[in-house]
Design a protein around this ligand. Structure first.
Ligand SMILES: [Zn+2]
Length: 252
């Protein structure tokens, strides 16, 4: 295959040998692929900046025996601001990890590419990084077809209402009071969180809802997506610990 010139977000990088990096790239044109950046761990390397996690860059790649080989790279978005904010940076790493787990090798997905790119841009400035992440998780949830039932009870289809609404990922959505009583593991959503979620899933725009609604909705969306993906990301624990500390221990 001839060399290619692609736009990509670095989802992951790991050290190889003395000074090389193996990159997991999400390219706009070719989907996910692995590439070696030779010498990129040397501070003087021209590839050093473009081969960090969360960076968006343009890469020239040549086909090697097993991996692609990075021959040139120019940074489009370094996202330097991310590194000043620990929780934003952790949220960005989580976002990359999540998208990495969803992608098959060599299958382009421009919609997901733009979604991740926009989320990483937003995380550089977001005052509510977990909310920004929640919007990404919810959009992914809808894109993958894991839409929860929020209007009526997911078990018996009765009308649901109240100040606190029971939600259970395993049941596929919210539960009426009598169905919720029969279950052990339900998440209680404040009414505002429930209404906000419905607006979001109907394609509406919502601003950051007040606490504790925001935190409870973030948690419900995360648990719902985790239930469907059947795995947890490595960065989840540290992310929720930070969220817990920043919110003064209100949520988690
Ligand atoms: Zn019910």
């Amino acid at each position: 295959m001839p060399p290619v010139n692609v736009q990509a977000i670095v989802l992951r990088r790991r050290a190889l040998g003395e000074a090389d990096k193996v990159l997991t790239l999400f390219t706009r044109e070719m989907g996910k692929l692995s590439a070696i950046a030779k010498g990129a761990r040397k501070p003087t390397s021209k590839l050093a900046g473009a081969t960090e996690t969360c960076v968006r860059a343009r890469f020239h790649l040549a086909q090697g025996k097993t991996f692609w080989i990075v021959t040139q790279a120019s940074v489009e978005r370094a996202r330097a601001k991310l590194h000043r904010l620990l929780v934003n940076a952790t949220a960005a790493i989580y976002a990359c990890e999540l998208v990495d787990c969803l992608l098959e090798e060599n299958v382009p997905d421009e919609e997901l590419f733009d979604l991740l790119s926009d989320t990483l841009d937003e995380l550089e400035i977001s005052e509510h990084p977990m909310w920004t992440l929640c919007l990404l998780e919810n959009a992914i949830m809808l894109q993958q077809g894991y839409t929860p039932v929020l209007e009526t009870c997911a078990r018996c289809a009765k009308t649901v209402d109240g100040e606190q609404i029971a939600f259970q990922p395993g049941s596929g959505g919210v539960l009426c009071a009598s169905c919720a009583r029969a279950e052990n593991h339900v998440v209680m959503l404040p009414r505002l969180a429930w209404l906000t979620w419905r607006v979001l899933n109907a394609g509406g725009h919502v601003d950051f809802p007040e606490e504790p609604a925001a935190g409870e909705l973030e948690r419900a969306v995360h648990l719902h997506l985790r239930y469907h993906l059947d795995r947890e990301m490595r960065s989840t624990q540290v992310l929720w610990q930070l969220r817990h500390e920043l919110s003064g221990g209100e949520v988690c």
